[in-house]
Design a protein. Structure first.
Length: 355
């Protein structure tokens, strides 16, 4: 495996829940070898030893660095290897060549060799990872709370008249308080008793989820105020939007090569759609849609409460721009304003972790 002369080689790893497949190609694309390792700490070390068997190893491409490949990515970077995030092969290539773990591992190495994959993976070990975990839990709690309220309303619609009349016309807050304080029989028998019993449990579930949401929000706000005060000070940027933009950027500031790259990442860079005498741009539906949605919410807040933004809208409307075209322009300008603040936050967090 080891040669006397170091030849530039590139690695590729196809990741799964229980096993990873590691492959190596040289600078001409010739396949040198591959192994399968378990997705455990011992397996990750085996992958490192296999890759280090070629002294000229340059870069390793890893699939799914944010999920199945997160563990092996951390070990590879700790071992001093340069890691690149690789997207899964497209369906057209798989139809032509077939699908095996070996093929996918070599495809990941070839993607790095050709330059098709060039983005470093997210760090997953700093401020952004903490925000991601908190925001994921908070989002699921919000969805569950909404579903719980919908269940309460639907159950009341079909409940017996006596029970429905008791809670009719109450706001959501008063409805939850009344249902949670109700005292249905501990052993319900009749339809009205079972309905009242279920409504009480749903109301208490809604309260529990609300407490979880408030707790998670407080932790997110604390982290952002401590680590990203400049970002939080921007007009219209709240806790949720700031967290989402940082999550999209990732822990690794090297991922953001330029402001234009971040605009492309958030789907706010316009796409040319010109033909003949028509010169125009169209909506960009690529990029992280959650980050795009976060920027949209900031713009909507500014449209309602910021006089500078309102003046801009009036001027652009006079030039013949539609409302949606103006919002797209505002999102692009917002990226230009937030990009240096996001880079500053990520760089400061990385410096604090490596100090």
């Amino acid at each position: 495996m080891v040669t006397d002369q170091a030849v530039a080689v590139y690695g590729g790893i196809d990741t799964h829940a229980n096993t990873h497949h590691v492959a190596v190609v040289d600078h001409t694309g010739r396949r040198l070898g591959d192994i399968e390792v378990p997705a455990t700490s011992a397996g990750y070390q085996s992958a490192v030893r296999f890759l280090n068997g070629w002294p000229g190893v340059v870069t390793v491409g890893v699939e799914c660095t944010g999920s199945y490949g997160a563990g092996v990515t951390r070990v590879l970077r700790a071992a001093g290897l340069d890691v690149i995030e690789v997207n899964q092969p497209n369906r057209f290539q798989r139809r032509l060549k077939g699908k095996t773990d070996t093929f996918d591992a070599y495809s990941a190495a070839e993607a790095v060799l050709s330059g098709r994959a060039s983005a470093p993976p997210k760090g997953g070990d700093g401020l952004v990872e903490s925000l991601r975990v908190l925001r994921t839990s908070r989002s699921s709690a919000l969805l569950a709370r909404t579903a719980t309220m919908n269940q309460i309303k639907a159950m009341l619609v079909s409940s017996p008249d006596e029970l429905r009349a008791r809670y009719q016309g109450l706001s959501n807050v008063k409805l939850i308080a009344a249902l949670a304080a109700s005292r249905p029989p501990k052993v319900p028998l009749s339809p009205i008793e079972t309905c009242a019993y279920s409504l009480r449990l749903l109301a208490r579930r809604w309260r529990m989820l609300t407490e979880q949401i408030q707790d998670l929000s407080s932790h997110m706000e604390r982290l952002l105020k401590d680590h990203a005060p400049a970002l939080m000070a921007v007009f219209g940027v709240g806790c949720d939007t700031a967290a989402q933009l940082l999550i999209t950027a990732g822990d690794n500031p090297d991922r953001l090569r330029s402001e234009a790259a971040f605009a492309s990442l958030t789907g706010t860079c316009p796409i040319p759609a010109s033909s003949g005498k028509t010169n125009r741009h169209r909506l960009n539906r690529a990029g992280d849609r959650q980050a795009n949605s976060a920027l949209y919410h900031v713009v909507i807040v500014r449209l309602r409460h910021d006089e500078v933004t309102r003046s801009y809208v009036q001027r652009r409307t006079g030039e013949g721009k539609t409302k949606m075209e103006i919002i797209r322009c505002l999102k692009r300008y917002l990226v230009r304003q937030l990009y240096p603040l996001i880079c500053q936050t990520l760089q400061a967090d990385q410096t604090a972790r490596t100090a």
